[in-house]
Design a protein around this ligand. Structure first.
Ligand SMILES: [Zn+2]
Length: 66
């Protein structure tokens, strides 16, 4: 899917990505750098991951991890 490819190409660190719109290209790793280490925060039924390597942020629904 070309449109899906484009979403990964334009990843930046100023935006918080939604897992529902941008699923992990490789499960559990960040699409930007492929790193797996992250800081996290939980609130409002969401689980935010922030990459310790490139600062990319992604919001996940908790049910994606249950
Ligand atoms: Zn990263």
């Amino acid at each position: 899917m070309e449109q899906q490819e484009n979403k990964y190409v334009t990843i930046g660190v100023t935006e918080i990505y939604e897992y529902t719109k941008l699923a992990d290209k490789i499960a559990g790793s960040f699409d930007n750098c492929g790193g797996i280490k992250f800081k996290s925060g939980i609130g409002g039924g969401r689980f935010l991951r922030e990459c310790t390597n490139c600062d990319m942020r992604k919001n996940n629904l908790l049910r994606n991890f249950s």
